[in-house]
Design a protein. Structure first.
Length: 611
């Protein structure tokens, strides 16, 4: 084996590393000395070239720096150190010099103390004052925090009071709107122009209203059957308004009516789409299946329907294989309507029972037993006397037969099966019969007892011609005293039909021109009327109808406009504004009797200021 080559690099010893570090330190020291010498020369050159003011300012800055360093050692804060003898808000040119209270030192007998001891005492006193100031600052911050908490609590209490006040005010507002809605319903019912929502709202007051005992009320949901799509949409909005305003037990009543209204709306839309009424309630079921579904629901109580609803919900939540989910979902939708109708039916039965008790109380039957009292048939009845007439015994025997028939139930109608009926007989169920009855009632007008004839429809069409946005229908009659005529026995008296309009607008007089503009117009005022009264069956048409104006005692702003035509029509009157008329044809005045229509159109005179 050959010799190993020696490594080119020599391993350095510890002595070599020490020498290297000493060499580096010497080099750094030389550089530092060189920099110091350079700065010293620059400083000397600067001193040699500076002016007297610059020299004085440099010395003052140096002195202030020393004093600041000294004050920092004594415990001065940064807030105090930012001031100098020249720049401070106190105007003190000796601010940084320590203050020595010579008289106090002399009074305390500390004149012999050296300056260092006095400075030490001053420093300790400053530290104590600083600690005391820190305590005061903490107390002030705590007090401010407490004040803020108290202010926040007061603000919170104020907000709670305002919230309670707002709730009370909101409740009062809702009660006011509810009273106004009920008042509007009562007015429409009295005027004979009741809407379905008026009857439904009146239904809730049957328990407390004594005047409603003579009103024949149907089930609430039956009033919705046969309504048009537009009427049902308006009824839905009215029900939602009552649902927001009503509270307590009436909430469920309006919710059920809303469910029934949605179902009837779906039915009406389907009927419009297919052009005829359909019994399928848009449930997506076949007609045959739909009839089977109705058989399932019909005749069940509310409790049974609720149990059935729970069973259907359980099936839909945990469906098994082979379960028709669509069928059960459609069934669930139908069941919701049936539950609402059944709840309304039970409420109707409860209201009817209470009305029956009130009627019995009014008739003096409050203390009489309501339950049927049956006589014990085993108790022998007293035998008739021998002196009684035999003809009376025959009468009693004859009179007793209807009682026996009643006991046997023969007075009740017999049940007929479908196979017992002839093929030509058309069977109408209860719901369809009631629907037909409602349709017939809807065709009646409020001012008469029969449907509109062709001539009356033509009259209304003519009366509506030329109606613009500034006009509104005017149909509030003024109550007249009871009239008695000689033709009462021969002809049935009745009110004539009418279609009136009231013309309203703005009056731009000097006052309104000063206080209003087109963006903020003045209140509208009545500017005229258009009366169209229909007399198709007037007996004596040679004598045209006329009108008369009478004042109202105690009211100067209104008067009564009365129309008289003769038999078979009663007089009809309206309450209008009491102002002078424009009787010029150019001003739109019209008073004529043409085609069995009496027209009276007029505008009021405009009051103009003249000097």
């Amino acid at each position: 084996m050959g010799k190993k080559k020696k490594s080119k690099h020599r391993h350095r010893s510890s002595s070599d590393s020490d020498e290297l570090s000493e060499k580096i330190d010497r080099m750094n020291y030389k550089k530092m000395l060189k920099l110091k010498e350079q700065r010293r020369r620059e400083k000397e050159e600067l001193k040699a070239t500076e002016s007297i003011e610059e020299k004085r300012r440099r010395r003052m800055e140096k002195k202030e720096a020393k004093e600041r360093k000294k004050k920092a050692a004594m415990g001065w804060t940064e807030e105090d150190l930012r001031y100098s003898n020249t720049e401070n808000p106190f105007g003190d040119d000796k601010l940084l010099e320590p203050f020595v209270w010579q008289k106090k030192i002399k009074a305390e007998g500390k004149e012999s103390l050296q300056e260092q001891e006095i400075e030490k005492m001053t420093r300790e006193k400053m530290i104590e004052n600083k600690a005391e100031l820190e305590k005061v600052r903490r107390r002030r911050m705590e007090r401010e925090r407490q004040i803020e908490e108290m202010a926040s609590q007061r603000e919170m209490l104020q907000r709670e009071k305002e919230a309670d006040y707002y709730k009370a005010w909101e409740k009062q507002e809702d009660d006011f709107h509810l009273k106004q809605a009920r008042l509007r319903s009562e007015i429409r019912i009295k005027d004979g122009r009741a809407k379905p929502i008026d009857i439904l709202a009146k239904y809730l007051t049957l328990e407390d209203d004594e005047c409603s005992l003579n009103i024949n009320m149907q089930k609430p949901h039956s009033l919705l059957v046969g309504l048009s799509v537009s009427d049902l949409l308006d009824l839905q909005e009215d029900i939602k308004i009552y649902l927001e305003l009503e509270e307590g037990k009436n909430q469920q009543y309006w919710r059920d009516l809303l469910v029934v209204a949605e179902d009837e709306l779906s039915t009406a839309r389907t009927a419009e789409a297919y052009g005829s009424f359909t019994r399928d309630r848009s449930s997506g079921l076949n007609q045959t299946v739909n009839e089977d579904v109705e058989k399932i629901f019909r005749g069940k109580s509310l409790r049974q329907l609720e149990l059935l609803r729970d069973e259907i919900s359980t099936k839909l939540q945990k469906p098994n294989e082979g379960v028709d989910t669509g069928y059960w979902e459609s069934l669930q939708v139908r069941l919701k309507t049936y539950v609402a109708k059944q709840r309304l039916t039970e409420k109707h039965d409860e209201v009817m029972k209470k009305r029956l008790l009130k009627i019995k109380e009014e008739q003096g039957l409050r203390n009489s037993p309501i339950e049927k009292v049956e006589q014990d048939r085993n108790t022998p009845s007293p035998e008739p006397s021998q002196d009684e007439n035999p003809q009376r015994e025959e009468d009693e025997e004859v009179d007793d037969n209807p009682y026996r028939e009643y006991e046997l139930g023969n007075f009740s109608p017999t049940f007929l099966r479908p196979q017992d009926l002839d093929a030509e007989i058309y069977v109408v169920d209860e719901e369809e019969d009631y629907r037909n009855l409602l349709k017939a009632r809807m065709r009646l007008q409020t001012t008469g007892s029969t449907a509109l004839t062709e001539a009356e429809r033509e009259f209304e069409k003519k009366a509506r011609e030329g109606m613009d946005g500034a006009e509104a229908i005017f149909g509030v009659e003024y109550a007249l005293t009871k009239q008695s005529a000689a033709w009462n026995d021969k002809y049935r008296p009745r009110k004539p039909r009418f279609f009136n309009r009231v013309h309203t607008g703005f009056e731009w007089n000097k006052y309104n021109q000063t206080h209003y503009d087109m963006d903020n117009p003045p209140p509208k005022v009545v500017q005229g009327y258009k009366f169209n009264i229909f007399f198709p069956d007037l007996i004596d048409k040679r004598k045209p109808p006329n009108y008369s104006i009478t004042t109202i005692p105690g009211e100067q702003d209104f008067c009564v406009l009365r129309f008289t035509a003769g038999p078979p029509y009663e007089d009809i009157a309206f309450k209008i504004v009491n102002r002078d008329w424009e009787t010029s044809f150019k001003r739109g005045f019209r008073c004529q009797f043409v085609n069995n229509i009496f027209q009276l159109w007029f505008h009021f005179k405009k009051m103009r200021y003249r000097r």
